[in-house]
Design a protein around this ligand. Structure first.
Ligand code: EPU
Length: 354
């Protein structure tokens, strides 16, 4: 597709553009073209023109760029959804059903839901990124995951322009995982996500430090409001996670590994103090602990570093390239493997330009 055809489609197109402000790591790489669309129809027009032209040039879709590591320039078209809108589709008994545009900022959506007295998302406050990506990555924090509230996901097939709906079961959700990261990776653009929230506020304060933080503020459980819970979560995150506007990072870089009961027993012999949580298929060990034990907390390798308050987070010390971050990630994975025999899997998605 040439630029004149794209202009006729009335879309926002930028050529040879830096994506530095489009990824929270702040990696300065270039894309041949960035196309931003504001409706399903615009995206469909774009895809149908591409198909009619026989254009097979590389295509990739980004959201807020908060879970990406660009390894090099992207010679192709980067798509970004600017689809907005938060609309109630049904309101029945305790449940409210809401359709949200993929381009809405995740945290704006959480704030909007709480302000509207639609509850459930409080523990997912202050997660960077956009609503479309939340359904792909199954974002999670403090004992909640996006999948707990997603009913179905509206998509456009990037090969045909056709609309396709995925119900929750079809999304094959797992820990920071979905079908969109596996068998159909790269095939669909999420245009809207349908959420089911509740009119009743049922706080979940059992996870990681929430109860303690509330006690410190003198807040009693019976007196807890959704707003106070949200502010508490925001503060907890601010204490542990670097602000990407100041220090480039993509949140947790690795997933927390799950080991078998036998492996756990072996680890326990040597490290009786090792933190752990029960998981459906074994025992979950915090990657932050494994990384700290290997001496990486607060350390750097070239322009990439391990965050001093949460070693699960890798940071751009200023002018890191994707390769710098990847080299640090590999060094950590090698050390954890050597010392504990555990393979750390990355949560961040690596993007290798064509
Ligand atoms: N820990 C250490 N050293 C540290 C920090 C933590 O050993 O310096 C150990 C402690 O044992 C601590 C444990 O790690 O109890 C867990 O730490 P934390 O509660 O900070 O959570 P996490 O498991 O490291 C996960 C998510 C975060 C999410 C938090 C809170 C993953 C990969 N990460 O981190 O998600 O915010 O729980 O729910 O599951 C993200 O996905 O980008 C993200 C930030």
């Amino acid at each position: 597709m040439d630029i004149d055809q794209l202009r006729e489609l009335n879309m926002e197109i930028k050529q040879n553009i830096s994506l530095k402000n489009r990824n929270t790591f702040g990696i300065d790489i270039y894309a041949d073209r960035l196309v931003e669309y504001y409706s399903i129809e615009e995206l469909q027009d774009f895809i149908r023109c591409r198909v009619a032209d026989g254009d097979k040039s590389p295509l990739m879709h980004i959201g807020g760029g908060s879970n990406l590591l660009f390894m090099n320039d992207f010679h192709g078209t980067v798509l970004h959804s600017c689809i907005q809108g938060i609309n109630v589709t049904a309101d029945e008994g305790d449940n409210v059903y809401v359709r949200v545009g993929a381009g809405v900022s995740w945290d704006d959506w959480v704030q909007y839901a709480i302000d509207s007295s639609w509850f459930g998302l409080e523990n997912l406050s202050a997660i960077p990124g956009e609503v479309g990506a939340s359904a792909i990555q199954n974002i999670g924090a403090y004992g909640s995951e996006a999948k707990d509230f997603i009913l179905y996901v509206d998509c456009v097939d990037l090969e045909t322009g056709d609309i396709r709906h995925f119900c929750r079961a079809e999304c094959e959700y797992g820990y920071r995982d979905s079908i969109f990261k596996n068998v159909v990776a790269g095939r669909y653009a999420v245009t809207h996500v349908h959420f089911q929230l509740s009119h009743s506020f049922r706080p979940n304060i059992e996870y990681g430090g929430i109860r303690k933080a509330l006690e410190e503020q003198g807040v009693q459980e019976w007196d807890l409001s959704p707003q106070v819970l949200r502010q508490t979560i925001i503060r907890l995150r601010q204490q542990k996670l670097p602000d990407p506007a100041v220090t480039g990072n993509a949140g947790s870089f690795f997933k927390n590994p799950v080991v078998s009961a036998a492996e756990w027993q072996k680890l326990l012999q040597e490290y009786p103090e090792a933190p752990h949580y029960d998981a459906a298929n074994g025992v979950k060990i915090p990657a932050a602990w494994l990384i700290e034990q290997c001496g990486w907390k607060g350390r750097s390798l070239g322009n990439a570093g391990v965050y001093e308050n949460q070693p699960l987070v890798l940071v751009n010390n200023g002018s890191a390239t994707g390769a710098d971050i990847a080299a640090l990630s590999k060094a950590i994975q090698d050390d954890v493997k050597k010392r504990f025999g555990i393979s750390l899997e990355t949560e961040v998605n690596f993007v290798c330009g064509e």
